[in-house]
Design a binder for this molecule. Structure first.
Ligand SMILES: [Cu+2]
Length: 175
């Protein structure tokens, strides 16, 4: 596990850039297999709808943030989903729990109550369509990074776009 050096990286980089000009990257990568929310064995990956996100299906989240600019790439990979199904995915604020609502709302760069700010530029969306084998992938790029401790999960929804039923959740400690 890399130390949590992304938070505050932009401000620090302003001071350091003349000296190093470096393009250091801090990263986070986590993967897990989905278990039922009722499972006795805790997992960072919980499914609330076993038809759309079967028990034993797999997710990996990879985050890369450039220290000098804060620019952030988040990648999602999944296996074992329902072939051909189109899913909606967002980074959410809180960790997952047995209650699908536990993950809270979407992480937003500009925190807002305006529905117009609910979009893939102000939030991290990773919508994907599973291929014939149930695999999928998505990538989101933003010029900004996450505020420390405010992005803690990835929620999979039953339909693409801004909302939809929560069918699974993966706890991931974004930096
Ligand atoms: Cu969501």
């Amino acid at each position: 596990m890399v130390a949590g050096i992304c938070a505050g990286a932009v401000a620090a980089a302003v001071l350091a850039v003349a000296g190093t000009g470096g393009a250091e990257v801090c990263s986070m990568r986590e993967d897990g297999r989905f278990v039922p929310a009722s499972a006795a064995v805790a997992s960072p990956a919980v499914t609330y709808d076993k038809k759309l996100v079967p028990v034993g299906s797999w997710i990996e989240i990879d985050q890369q943030t450039k220290e000098n600019t804060g620019a952030t790439t988040v990648k999602l990979r999944v296996k074992g989903m329902k072939p051909g199904h189109a899913y909606g995915v967002h980074v959410h604020q809180k960790p997952c729990a047995a209650d699908p609502a536990a993950a809270g709302g979407h992480y937003q760069n500009k925190v807002s109550t305006d529905p117009a700010d609910v979009n893939a530029e102000n939030e991290v969306w990773l919508d994907f369509t599973a291929d014939a084998r149930g695999s999928g992938r998505a990538t989101a790029w933003h010029s900004w990074g996450f505020r420390e401790g405010e992005a803690n999960s990835v929620v999979i929804h039953d339909v693409p776009g801004p909302s939809g039923a929560r069918v699974a959740c993966f706890t991931a400690p974004f930096k």
